[in-house]
Design a protein around this ligand. Structure first.
Ligand SMILES: Nc1ncnc2c1ncn2[C@@H]1O[C@H](COP(=O)(O)OP(=O)(O)OP(=O)(O)O)[C@@H](O)[C@H]1O
Length: 764
């Protein structure tokens, strides 16, 4: 690139930065003015207020005057908010105004236009954009194509332009460090330098280097279901975060961050990604793990944790039953069961008062089933509540005459009586009337818990209903066809009952339980949620997906996963895709596959894909690094020494490191030994723990979605990873490494590593 071009671009940048600085001053001034105005209004609020209370007109005038002042305040706050948002964009642009330039022609005779693309828009006059936001429709051409004809989507349809020049910049503090034209051979230069950076405890945005296939994910606005199957490290997570930023931009004014929800694999992951959207000038979306989502609705039940689930050893029969409970067939069976509750089988509980039955369950049942067939579960329940409240109200008068009421009033202290009278005037025609007044109050107070119980539908019994449903299931599903015997099913029902009595529940039961509850109570789901993102989809079952679709009826779904990393559902994940395809309209479903892995060096990616049986679907990005190392230690002590040496080396070279063990027990033991040897590490024990700086020790099932410069696989031994269905787990662990992978086995290496050719690692 000739120096003259660089000098010319620097001149252009300087001119833009000067304008940015002017705009910055201007925004600051507007903020000051808005703040001064607001303070002034608040200070003079009382002085300016015209308070007149002597007439109706006077009162109205006062109210209007208050309203006026409030409106003034709201306007000032609005302009303050506006100027503050603008200022934060401007300040971001001041250091790195843009990262790309595109020259294009809209038609053969049109004149060539030049645009610059950055993290936000900037214009000096309303129609004159000096910088285009990376999410603007036109910016898409930077990501989508090479030179020549490129199409992009605008709100009015597709547009095609002839791209003449694509130039990338690296700018630091207002100075162009490097620039490349992508028709030269350095197309991937920027990506390469982005990927060569060291890993951090926080994920960064990838806006400057979004790849073509990722751009399709980011900008999709048509699909109800966008399904992304992507290899480890292919940028699925990165793409969805930029997608959220894109959607918030595209639908600004109609969509807020609160209407976007991300289901993530664990809390550590939430921590890891929580800077990306703020970095892009957007608010974070609602973020939750499925476990938190379900658990939040079951405050009285201990739902099985990830560690417990991981440690579960199930008999073949239990496995089959769990599989069934997670299937679409089971979802359909629960739906059919719930529909049938409209005509029979709803289980009721007595409503009690002072230890005695107040309204018995037979009566409730009679009311519930007295409404005609047009009443579905939701309105049937509502009508029942109303009828029960009417019964309650009628009972007030008769209850007022009972002895306990009279006694209660007699036993009351003066203060208690005063509270009972409340603010109302104490003028009664007779003492009888007064007694009546007090009795009514006493009864109403005493009945309050009943009223609440009715309103909260406590006369329903979700636990009993769930058990009833489980018992009833063999009449709805052909268990023999699923390879489940009636005896095994009955045993599992008894187990579920035992757990429920103990306030415990397996994860596989929680979703059918919540779904049944929602059906019984006629809940229609959260209609306000517009976009639901689910990462690591392979760890969900079809029932959960169907339930989420039911729970967010107006949302569009983006699901991302890697069937090769199905560490919980293992082989079943393949049927998941098939079941998923029946849930959404095929015309509104889009499947995108990402095969290029960006996280790791060529050496690490090549190594890890040999762990998979079908590893050919993963392509390494050509970034050179060292070969992974494998060490076979004779015993634990020797293995431990090797870990210590590796940690030392990684720390000296400033490489973030995770030591990944198979389960919590292994990780605890290793942490203690490391600490005893004077090596500082943090043990991550649960999905709710925060991510810590420095070297961490983490069990395999919590390492999902994270990445580190270096990964030390602790105990990659035959004693830990031998079963065929642990391939995906071992793959997931190894694929967390960006450029240094150190495998340590004790006694004998895991047979799952035996397909790795010996020239793809170094034995040490
Ligand atoms: N276009 C890109 N430009 C720069 N970096 C990228 C790009 N795409 C992905 N990366 C980087 O590659 C790494 C892996 O990306 P990410 O975590 O999104 O992958 P993933 O598909 O979610 O992986 P996994 O399924 O293994 O968790 C991240 O550090 C991310 O920043």
């Amino acid at each position: 690139m000739p120096d003259s071009i660089k000098a010319h671009e620097q001149e252009h940048l300087d001119a833009v930065v000067t304008k940015i600085k002017t705009a910055e001053k201007d925004a600051k001034q507007r903020i000051d003015v808005a703040e001064d105005d607001e303070a002034g209004i608040r200070k003079n609020f009382v002085n300016d207020l015209r308070i007149k209370t002597d007439s109706y007109e006077g009162l109205l005038e006062t109210a209007l005057s208050v309203r006026q002042q409030q409106q003034l305040l709201a306007e000032r706050q609005n302009s303050w908010q506006h100027a503050t948002t603008e200022l934060s964009t401007i300040q971001r642009l001041e250091k790195k105004a843009y990262f790309a330039r595109i020259d294009f022609q809209e038609g053969p005779t049109a004149k060539t236009e030049t645009i610059y693309i950055g993290l936000g828009s900037f214009s000096d006059t309303p129609d004159h954009f000096l910088i285009y936001d990376w999410r603007a429709p036109i910016s898409s051409i930077y990501y989508d194509g090479e030179l020549g004809n490129v199409s992009y989507q605008t709100p009015d349809g597709e547009q095609t332009v002839d791209v003449k020049l694509k130039r990338q910049f690296q700018i630091e503090d207002g100075t162009i460090v490097t620039l490349y034209d992508t028709d030269q051979t350095v197309t991937d230069q920027m990506l390469l330098s982005a990927l060569s950076e060291h890993s951090d405890t926080k994920m960064k945005s990838i806006v400057t280097t979004i790849q073509k296939e990722q751009n399709q994910i980011i900008r999709d606005t048509k699909s109800d279901l966008l399904f992304v199957q992507g290899a480890a490290g292919s940028g699925k997570t990165a793409a969805i975060l930029q997608r959220v930023a894109f959607l918030l931009y595209r639908y600004r004014g109609h969509l807020t961050a609160g209407q976007v929800m991300l289901f993530s694999p664990n809390q550590l992951f939430n921590d890891y990604i929580d800077q990306v959207l703020p970095e892009l000038g957007e608010h974070n979306m609602v973020q939750m793990t499925y476990y938190q989502y379900a658990g939040r609705r079951l405050p009285k039940i201990d739902v099985e944790t990830l560690a417990q689930r991981f440690g579960e050893t199930n008999t073949p029969a239990q496995k089959k039953i769990s599989q069934l409970k997670g299937s679409l067939a089971f979802f359909d069976a629960v739906t059919a069961y719930a529909d049938q509750l409209e005509s029979s089988d709803m289980v009721f509980r007595n409503i009690k008062f002072q230890g005695k039955v107040f309204i018995d369950k037979e009566k409730i049942q009679e009311i519930y089933y007295s409404f005609n067939r047009n009443y579905h579960l939701g309105n049937r329940l509502q009508a029942t509540k109303e009828a029960l409240i009417r019964i309650l109200n009628r009972r007030i008068t008769s209850e007022m005459k009972t002895k306990w009421v009279e006694e209660t009033i007699q036993d009351m202290s003066k203060e208690q009586l005063d509270t009972l009278y409340g603010e109302e005037p104490r003028e009664f025609d007779s003492s009888e009337k007064e007694m009546q007044f007090l009795s009514r109050k006493v009864v109403m107070q005493a009945f309050d818990p009943i009223r609440k119980a009715i309103v909260r539908a406590r006369f329903l019994s979700i636990n009993n209903q769930y058990v009833h449903m489980l018992r009833n299931l063999p009449s709805r599903i052909d268990l023999a066809h699923e390879g489940i015997s009636i005896a095994d099913w009955n045993t599992s029902v008894e187990e579920s009952i035992g757990k429920l009595k103990d306030h415990h529940m397996q994860l596989v039961d929680t979703t059918p339980y919540l779904y049944l509850y929602d059906k019984m109570t006629g809940k229609g789901g959260e209609r306000d949620m517009r976009y639901v993102f689910m990462d690591e989809i392979q760890d969900y079952n079809a029932f959960q997906l169907a339930f989420l679709k039911f729970s967010f009826p107006r949302a569009r779904f983006t699901m991302l996963g890697d069937l090769n990393q199905a560490i919980f559902t293992k082989e079943n994940s393949r049927t998941l895709l098939q079941e998923l395809s029946t849930m959404f309209d095929p015309d509104k479903t889009r499947v995108i596959q990402l095969t290029q892995s960006y996280r790791s060096t060529q050496q690490v990616t090549d190594f890890t894909k040999h762990i998979l049986k079908n590893g050919e679907a993963v392509t390494a990005f050509a970034r050179e690094g060292e070969l992974p190392t494998m060490t076979l230690a004779a015993d634990e002590a020797a293995g431990l020494n090797r870990v210590i040496d590796q940690i030392k080396q990684n720390e000296e070279e400033d490489e973030t490191t995770a030591i990944i063990g198979k389960d919590l027990a292994d990780c605890r033991e290793l942490t203690e030994k490391l600490k005893a040897a004077g090596v500082a590490v943090t043990l991550i024990q649960s999905e709710n723990q925060r991510l810590a700086p420095g070297t961490i020790v983490v069990p395999s099932f919590l390492a999902k979605g994270l990445e580190f410069d270096g990964v030390i696989v602790w105990q990659a031994s035959a004693s830990r990873y031998a079963a065929e269905d642990e391939r995906q787990l071992l793959y997931t662990i190894c694929s967390r490494a960006m450029h240094r992978l150190s495998i340590i086995g004790i006694g004998e290496f895991s047979p799952l590593l035996s397909d790795v050719p010996s020239d793809e690692y170094e034995m040490i």
